[in-house]
Design a protein around this ligand. Sequence first.
Ligand code: ADP
Ligand code: MG
Length: 503
Amino acid sequence: MTNEILRVENVSKAFAGVKALDQVSLTLQEGEILCLVGENGSGKSTMIKIISGVYHPDQGDIIINGHSYKQLTPIESMREGVQVIYQDFSLFPNLSVAENLVINEQLSSGRRLVNWKETYKTAERGLEEIHVSIPLDAMVSELSTADRQLIAVTKAILAEARIIIMDEPTTALTQKEIQSLFEVINNLKAKGISTIFVSHKLNEVTEIADRTVIFRNGRKVMDQDAKNLDIKTMEFYMTGHELDLDNSQLAQPDQQAAPLLEVEKLGLRGKFKDVSFQLRPGEVLGITGLLGSGRTELALALFGETPADSGTIRVEGREVTIRSIQDAMRNRIGYVPEDRILEGLFLQQTISDNIIVRIIDQMVNKIHLIRAGASKKVSDEWIGRLEVKTPSGELPAKSLSGGNQQRLVLAKWLASDPRILILNSPTVGVDVGSKASIHELIRNLASQGMGILLISDDIPELMQTCNRLILMRRGRTFGVFDREDITEEQLNQEMVADRVFSI
Ligand code: ADP
Ligand code: MG
């Protein structure tokens, strides 16, 4: 039988009169993976801070290991085995992995001399606990974000954590890194350690959760076994309204019009082979498949970043050679990358500069100065058209929320006036509300005559935006489906079948 390790009872917390949490209760069992889900501002972080003793609730109790607290302090919370993995991981970049792992012990023992042999032994034991290997003498500053996160988790284990809390831990991770984090979380579970995983990425939640709790406006609106919980239901609870859509709202491509893009037997050795399709004006064509199916490589080939080495590409009936990004842009092909932070935006630069960066050539006058008036006009226009929420285009891009940064990446590409737009996972990491409006934007762009290739593994997203879908498996087109002829379940099964395949 399971044992309850944590119980939060009727907790409320207000900030300057605004209720961040309103009479919220929840429980956590030993070895349970609890996902805490909700839109931005719904109260998730506030709950975490109450459990870890950073905030005191205005009302309610926190019961850990059977001990009841009205005013839990951070020290008490840690003594009860609660460890929070903060987003900056609270590590010392200039110390080695081993030093970071044992520093708490060192500090609290008060010993001046470091016993290196013991340090390494403890550090090694910690890493073994979570089944990862990271060189002990590497400097933390040299590690990837994912490895730093694993070090932070290891540190929590060495501090004898029984409850590990992660607030939006996958924000800066790649798909592969997310999978290894999930493995670690499952290893913790096997040891009876509980995890509270805060996220608004619903596909991750379906993958990792034992139980899911949803917050909306500071209230708990759902608490359910994760087994039978699908993404649609979660979206419904998060937003309070159904995001469903019928076919009539999809863009209606002109079936008579000549194709904008024709791809014939396109291939790139080792990546994909024999890919053929046509894209009409006004059409949203989904390209889906698991990671490694070749979907991103295909997009990058069409955009000239890693050109194809066989087959032909025709744009508006003309055969074209796409060997570079410049070639693609000349043919009015735009590409919105998957990782908007790493590839899509200059976060320190202003919003306005980010929008005009692709079209700067058109705005430079004879003496090579950018005409300030012209650039402001263009960027203001796109801020307006895409409803980027900001008081001014002169603020840095990093001041925008995730959903608005994604609009900014789109604005940047739309300003260069593409006819064919390739979108790679355009709503990864954005909240549900922004997601719905990005989908609407995609349908609108298509209805204005653009051809859109949407690369995504988010099934509801594909169903809500695409006219047709191409399923890729191991570098080949496995099937082409009309949106009308396939259901969400069928598509899901096709994808799952692929997972079985690839093992
Ligand atoms: P989430 O983590 O779900 O995005 P938060 O718990 O951070 O949400 O925030 C919930 C609400 O409480 C929001 O309206 C937020 O603005 C408010 N809030 C959170 N922390 C503070 C604070 N320290 N001061 C004032 N308001 C806060
Ligand atoms: Mg938060």
